[in-house]
Write a protein that binds this ligand. Structure first.
Ligand SMILES: Nc1nc2c(ncn2[C@@H]2O[C@H](COP(=O)(O)OP(=O)(O)O)[C@@H](O)[C@H]2O)c(=O)[nH]1
Ligand SMILES: [Mg+2]
Length: 636
């Protein structure tokens, strides 16, 4: 299916054309039918003789409803631009053209309508105007078809007094008309041209992530809430879990049923009009401008940096504008970076990607202010003097499709999936950046950033060990905190091992330190030497608490001595030499096996305070084994 939006000045025959093509009534509101005026979007569809299915989104032409018009055209890939032959190019013809250009819609055709109401001169004039007004736009070479689409020409302005005429007198202008011919002309030609345009429209990607901009929300008795929209990419399935993002925040939702062309379907592929029945959701919590998304696959952002493509510049422009994208219309604050670039801070967050086209409108105005392209969906906060100017220069240099290398460099490291979420790049390392990039697991890392993190980490570890020589090193937690606080913060703790390696540090039990560094015991050195000497003479006469206190060996000093491989700490504050357990094994091996704790104590010439934790250590090392509740044997 293809989705085609109408565009053009009010009363130029858009709805009439849709009606003639589809046999359906696009003006669905009672007020619209009473006033003969399209106020809101209308929907109608048909199957072309070629078999192509077309859904029309019929938009209002009146200037007061430009917002509704933009919601209709915003998500449409193809446009049918309508100008009345008898009225020629008018104000909203220009506005709608500007909107189409701003949105970057490249496919479409032009219908010159109400041809039966125009003289040949008027018709030629209108056609010339159209050519002139569309020159330089993507619709410049669009086919132009002349049509008369009113079903009942009697209602037209052409023959208001027909009933008053003498039926016996034939008038000249009726001479060549077959009274039974359908009161329309050019429709077959229009359909043929439309078919050609659709044939050249690029095929949408059914595997893409879904972003369905909601244009209507209503509730159906027994089914609950239904939202509709034009699906331009991705596939919707029954039972899908999606995310609803909009004015009232973000929430997970579940698809209960799908309709396309008023028929229940198990899935909807693009392009299509889709009606989505959502589970457990009140209809008044969903609005036009909300979007149904593939969960966790879109950046939902309230600030974007943009580049102007059409319309007026930013510097002398308003500081408050309405941003139109998809079916959404959101107020935004404008911070210009020169005439061509600006930051838009949105009143509420929207799912946006690099490359999205936005239409900017003056809050009070009825015309398009400018059309912009989203360049950055994760712009940095600019705090310091000069930040703005530097950033402006970066934006100016940025290609419209985004620059994966620059994105990675700015953040130091990124995952390709993150870039894809932004709407930039594929899986490949961007060429030209290869030298500066290094792959680490699923990350791309910018080498200069990595070097800087490593340098900062080395310094922090150095500081830590200078301030606290007995410390095991800088804890990994403290390292991550430090690296996250830098001007270019480490984006993820998962990158710490890479930084540690690059810094030439090693990690031992969560502490970072230079490898093979002998622990400097500082003031504790002399006491440890004294203790070592004593333990070499009486290996199992572990020092008592008061002796350790006299030597000023507290838990920190003892832990440092243990890390340095000088002492061994057992449970219960028992201190031995590191070779104590091996020495004990030699003596225990000389005993009759199995042996009791008391026999072991005597053989080691020590107390129960020492013997029990020592035997437990030997058990845990698998060097001895309990045979019953009182006896052990050595394991050979
Ligand atoms: N005679 C004639 N009248 C037309 C034709 N197309 C539209 N009209 C009339 O023009 C008026 C505006 O048409 P409408 O479709 O509502 O215009 P829209 O505002 O662009 O949707 C209506 O009175 C239509 O009947 C046409 O081809 N011939
Ligand atoms: Mg209309």
């Amino acid at each position: 299916m293809y989705v085609v939006a109408t565009a053009g000045h009010v009363d130029h025959g858009k709805s009439t054309l849709v009606r003639a093509l589809t046999g359906m009534e696009p003006d669905r509101l009672a007020e619209e039918q009473r006033r003969g005026l399209t106020i809101d979007l209308g929907f109608a569809w048909t199957t072309l003789p070629s078999g192509r299915e077309v859904a029309f989104v019929d938009v209002p032409g009146h200037e007061r409803f430009l917002g509704n018009m933009l919601a209709g055209v915003g998500p449409a890939p193809v446009v049918c631009f309508v100008v009345a032959a008898d009225q020629g190019w008018q104000a909203q013809s220009s506005d709608h053209r500007d909107a189409i250009v701003a949105l970057g819609i490249e496919h479409g055709l032009v219908a010159i309508t109400r041809a039966d109401l125009a003289s040949p001169q008027q018709l030629a004039g209108t056609e010339a105007q159209i050519r002139a007004q569309l020159a330089g736009t993507p619709l410049e070479d669009a086919p132009v078809v002349v049509v008369s689409a009113a079903k009942d020409l009697d209602q037209g302005a052409r023959e208001p007094d027909r009933d008053l005429r003498d039926p016996g007198v034939r008038r000249d202008d009726e001479e060549c008309r077959d009274p039974d011919a359908p009161p329309t002309a050019g429709l077959d030609e229009f359909i043929a041209r439309l078919d050609e345009v659709l044939a050249t429209t690029p095929a949408p990607d059914p595997d893409a992530r879904v972003r369905l901009w909601v244009d209507r929300s209503f509730s159906i008795k027994g089914s609950g809430t239904v939202v509709t929209g034009s699906l331009t990419a991705g596939t919707l399935h029954n039972d899908d879990r999606l995310e609803l993002v909009g004015e009232s925040g973000r929430r997970p939702v579940r698809v209960r049923g799908l309709h396309s062309r008023n028929t229940a379907v198990p899935s909807v592929t693009p392009h299509a009009r889709a009606a989505v029945n959502l589970r457990d959701l009140a209809a008044d919590t969903v609005h036009r401008g909300d979007a149904l998304l593939t969960p966790d696959s879109w950046p939902v952002v309230d600030a974007v940096d943009v580049r102007r493509r059409t319309g007026a510049g930013f510097v002398d422009g308003p500081r408050q504008l309405v941003v139109h994208v998809g079916t959404a219309a959101v107020q935004a604050r404008v911070r210009p970076f020169g005439d061509d670039h600006a930051r838009l801070t949105l009143d509420h967050a929207l799912p946006l990607q690099v490359g999205d086209r936005l239409v900017l409108r003056n809050p009070g105005g009825h015309s398009v202010y400018a059309g912009v392209l989203v360049l950055d969906v994760d712009p940095p906060t600019l705090r310091r003097r000069g930040d703005g100017a530097r950033w402006a220069a970066q934006l100016e240099a940025r290609p419209a499709t985004g620059d994966p290398g620059a994105e990675v460099a700015r953040r130091g490291a990124m995952r390709p999936e993150q870039l894809r979420r932004f709407g930039i790049g594929g899986l490949e390392m961007p060429p030209g950046n290869v030298d500066e990039m290094q792959q680490h697991g699923t990350w791309w890392v910018h080498r200069p950033a990595l070097q800087e993190w490593a340098r900062q980490l080395q310094q922090a570890v150095g500081r830590k060990l200078r301030d606290e020589p007995l410390a095991p090193g800088l804890s990994e937690g403290a390292a991550v905190d430090l690296l996250r606080r830098l001007d270019l913060p480490l984006p993820d703790a998962a990158l710490l091992p890479l930084v540690v390696r690059t810094a030439g540090l090693e990690s031992q039990q969560g502490a970072l330190r230079p490898p093979g560094r002998a622990t400097d015991l500082g003031e504790a050195e002399a006491s440890v030497v004294q203790l070592e000497r004593r333990l070499r003479e009486h290996p199992f006469a572990a020092p008592e608490a008061d002796e350790l206190a006299a030597l000023r060996l507290g838990p920190r000093q003892l832990a440092a001595a243990e890390r340095a491989g000088r002492l061994l700490r057992l449970g219960g504050g028992v201190i031995l030499l590191p070779q104590g357990p091996a020495l004990a094994m030699r003596r225990l091996a000389a005993l009759d096996q199995p042996f009791t704790t008391s026999e072991a104590r005597q053989a080691l010439d020590t107390t129960r305070r020492v013997a029990i934790p020592l035997l437990e250590l030997l058990d845990s090392r698998g060097w001895t084994r309990r045979v019953d509740s009182t006896r052990r044997t050595i394991v050979r």
